[in-house]
Structure formats: structure tokens, C-alpha cells
Design a protein around this ligand. Structure first.
Ligand SMILES: C[S@@+](CC[C@H](N)C(=O)[O-])C[C@H]1O[C@@H](n2cnc3c(N)ncnc32)[C@H](O)[C@@H]1O
Ligand code: SF4
Length: 401
């Protein structure tokens, strides 16, 4: 998330190459680049109030509306507009904006493109920036799902992550969300400095006790350029320990599995069919338009990304230009490699025939080592085992020699 890739310059009018296929499922990601403080571990594209250089939170829905008009024009040239299957408000902290602003942006995309029947509409929320009335307003405005940044239930772990919410607040917001008729997901992080396996188990138990529909559990990544990375370099904090993080992943899979959640992507578990359809669409390589500063988009093998700063984003749109900074037109080999990278991490798995002969030959060895499921492999798919999920990067290296 830190630096944007280089790519080729994107055209000022945002046009896509003639003949870009624009069919198949379609979704929208709407980035909300604001946080009240920056957590020490986070390198997402987000800005505190004093970093906005003239851009404003209040003006943001208007800026996004301008990009929605552009998207309609650009995609309208390629064929009939497709209704949104999923819409995802991510951050930053979307809930730092009033619920009415999120609903306005949702109405903006759905008025422009339409919303498919049964569409999934998710908002990421920090537990301390939303209340019962806000959640009810989101539901009434068409939101179907809320994803709370719980991270941990243990005060010293939350403090190590610079998280400001009181852990007792999480069951409260979950109850409000459910009363409003929203599906609930919880985000957890494991491997924070000073977190023991027992601390992590406490967080898992607390998460399961709230009976969410969905849980994401991410290993803490020390991103270059963050305060966390600097503090580890100075020796003030210990770097995450790989063996402990592996044990924590196993504990997550065991606790969530016992509580009726099934993994469907390395870091994601759901009850029944409550998977995050928006994220699954990324992993399947579907099309989406990412609105907002720094947002990435993908349509028919063309990938582009917007300028990062909210002021630069707004200035481009005000000048009638596309906010896209650069783009890549993916060739067939790049798309194949991406499919392997993404689909070998999901429970649906990767079709073996996507692999080159050498990668295909590696599958038998991966099965023998217990990294890939033998029965799925016989049926023509590469699906990682629990051990394979723990060593997902190593599995990919063997599949892409
Ligand atoms: C960018 S946040 C947006 C939601 C909200 N602002 C929050 O923090 O809860 C989405 C999720 O990414 C995860 N995340 C962010 N930085 C991470 C890191 N360095 N390592 C692991 N997970 C990270 C956190 O679990 C967080 O809930
Ligand atoms: S609240 Fe979320 S997006 Fe904001 S800095 Fe913290 S982890 Fe990053």
C-alpha cells in the first residue's frame, strides 16, 4: 500500500484503450482517506486533519461525485453499463464521515450504474467512530454489512497497536449493528509487540462470543516507513516472531473452525455463505472501479491507480481531468501469474491447467509435503492445506518456478 507502482502515464481524460472488454461482474471500492490519528503500524493512504493541505472531509462526497461522472462516461464508451454487485467503503476510517455522506456516495454510484439485486454493500468502521443511530442510518441508506476494526480484546495489545477504542465498546457496536439489520465482520491482528499466545486466544474467544458473520485475522506486517518499523529498528519494540505468528494462525483456524466458521481465503473465515463477496471478486480477478485518492481499479485487464493525496485528487477533478496517475495494460502472462498468486490462496483453489508444465509437476511434491490438498489436486485444483496456508508464499514460489 505504501508506494504506488510506476506503470505508464494514464491519459488525462481517463479513457481506457479501445476494445477493453467491460463485461462480467462489476463492483466499486470507495476509499475514505481520513483518520483521527494514524496507528503506528498502518501505511494505508490516510490523512489526519492537519495533513489535508486544503482538501476537506466535508467536500469529499462532492469530489467522489465528480469521479463517478467520469467513470460513467469512460465505461459508457466501452458498452452497456453494468450494475454493481458489491460496493465497499474502505479506509482510512469511512465512519469519520457522517453516515449521511456515506449514503450520498452510495446513492451516487448506484444512480450512475444501478445496484444488482441482493448486492453486498460494506462499510469499514472503527468501533469508536460509530453509534447506534449512525448504523441504523447506514442500513436505511442501503448498506448491508459492516466491518469493525476490533484488532484485539486485550488492552495492552490495543495500546501496542495505538488503537484508541475501549475493548468493551466492540460488543456494544456489534449489538447495535445487528439490531439495525446489518451483517457483521470483525478484523483482528495478531503478532503485535508483547502479545502472547494466551492474549491472542483471549481475542479470538471474545470475537467468537460476539457471533459475527465473518472474521478476518491478519498477521501484523511491519511496513517500511511506519512508526512501528522505526521503533523496531531502534530496538524499542520486538519484531514479530514468525513461529509465534504461525502458532497464532493455527489457534485462529482451530477456534474459528470449532465455532462454525470456514476459511475461504488465507486470512478470512465466514459462517455459511457470509463470505465477503467484494474481496472474493478481487481474488477472482473481476472488474471494479476504485474511487478516491490512491484507489486502484481494474477493468478488462487494465489496471490503474489514482494520485495519492486528497488535495491532488480534488484538484485534478476540479480541472476536469481524471485523477488516474498511471496504469498498466496487463498481458496474458502477467494475468496468468496474478491468477496463480490470488487463486492459490482461496478455498475454491486454482485450476491446475493455469500452471505451466513445471508448476504442474510441482503439485505432486506439494501434496506429498502436506502443503496442498491431495483430493482437490486429483480433481484438478490446487487448494492449500492448513500447513500450505501457513506457508502460502512458499507454495506460490513452487507453483511459479
Ligand atoms: C486499513 S484498515 C481500515 C479500517 C479501520 N480504519 C480500522 O483500522 O479498523 C483495514 C484493516 O487492515 C488491517 N491492517 C492495517 N495495517 C496492517 C498491518 N500493517 N498489518 C496487518 N494488518 C493491517 C487492520 O486489521 C485493519 O482493520
Ligand atoms: S484507523 Fe485504520 S486506516 Fe486509520 S491509521 Fe489505524 S489502521 Fe490505518
Amino acid at each position: 500500500m505504501g508506494r504506488l507502482p510506476e506503470g505508464e502515464t494514464a491519459p488525462g481524460d481517463g479513457r481506457l484503450p479501445e476494445g477493453t472488454p467491460a463485461d462480467g461482474p462489476f463492483g466499486a471500492y470507495i476509499h475514505v482517506p481520513f483518520c483521527s490519528v494514524r496507528c503506528g503500524y498502518c501505511d494505508f493512504n490516510t490523512y489526519t486533519a492537519d495533513e489535508l493541505r486544503g482538501a476537506t472531509r466535508a467536500g469529499y462526497p462532492g469530489d467522489v461525485a465528480a469521479e463517478i461522472r467520469l467513470a460513467r462516461e469512460v465505461l459508457g464508451e466501452l458498452g452497456p453499463l453494468r450494475p454493481m454487485q458489491t460496493v465497499f467503503f474502505g479506509g482510512g476510517t469511512p465512519t469519520l464521515l457522517p453516515a449521511a455522506d456515506l449514503v450520498t456516495m452510495l446513492r451516487g454510484v448506484t444512480d450512475a450504474f444501478g445496484l444488482a439485486d441482493g448486492a453486498e454493500v460494506t462499510v469499514e468502521a472503527n468501533p469508536d467512530s460509530i453509534d447506534a443511530a449512525g448504523l441504523a442510518q447506514l442500513r436505511a441508506g442501503g448498506v448491508t454489512r459492516v466491518s469493525f476494526g476490533m484488532q484485539s480484546a486485550v488492552p495492552h495489545v490495543l495500546a501496542a497497536l495505538d488503537r484508541t477504542h475501549d475493548p468493551a465498546r466492540v460488543p456494544q457496536v456489534v449489538e447495535w449493528a445487528r439490531a439495525a439489520g446489518l451483517e457483521v465482520s470483525l478484523d483482528l491482528i495478531y503478532g503485535a509487540p508483547g502479545e502472547s499466545l494466551a492474549d491472542w486466544q483471549r481475542s479470538l474467544d471474545a470475537a467468537v462470543a460476539m457471533a459475527p458473520d465473518h472474521v478476518s485475522a491478519y498477521a501484523l506486517i511491519v511496513e517500511e516507513g511506519t512508526a512501528l518499523a522505526r521503533r523496531i529498528r531502534r530496538g524499542e519494540l520486538a519484531a514479530p516472531d514468525d513461529d509465534l505468528q504461525a502458532a497464532m494462525y493455527e489457534a485462529a483456524d482451530a477456534t474459528l473452525g470449532a465455532a462454525g466458521y470456514t476459511w475461504y481465503e488465507v486470512s478470512n473465515w465466514a459462517r455459511g455463505d457470509r463470505i465477503a463477496r467484494h474481496n472474493l471478486a478481487y481474488w477472482r480477478g473481476h472488474d471494479w472501479w476504485g474511487f478516491g485518492p490512491g484507489a486502484h481499479s481494474h477493468v478488462g485487464g487494465v489496471r490503474w491507480w489514482n494520485v495519492k493525496h486528497p488535495a491532488a485528487y480534488r484538484d485534478r477533478l476540479v480541472a476536469g481531468r481524471s485523477p488516474a496517475l498511471a496504469r498498466e495494460v496487463l498481458d496474458a502472462e502477467t494475468r496468468r501469474v496474478e491468477r496463480v498468486l490470488l487463486e492459490s490462496r482461496i478455498a475454491e483453489g486454482l485450476a491446475i491447467d493455469v500452471l505451466e508444465p513445471e508448476g504442474r509437476r510441482a503439485v505432486a511434491g506439494l501434496v506429498a509435503e502436506g502443503l496442498v490438498d491431495g483430493r482437490a489436486a486429483l480433481a484438478g485444483r490446487v487448494v492449500p492445506t492448513l500447513r500450505g496456508r501457513l506457508l502460502a508464499d512458499a507454495v506460490v514460489r513452487r507453483l511459479l518456478p
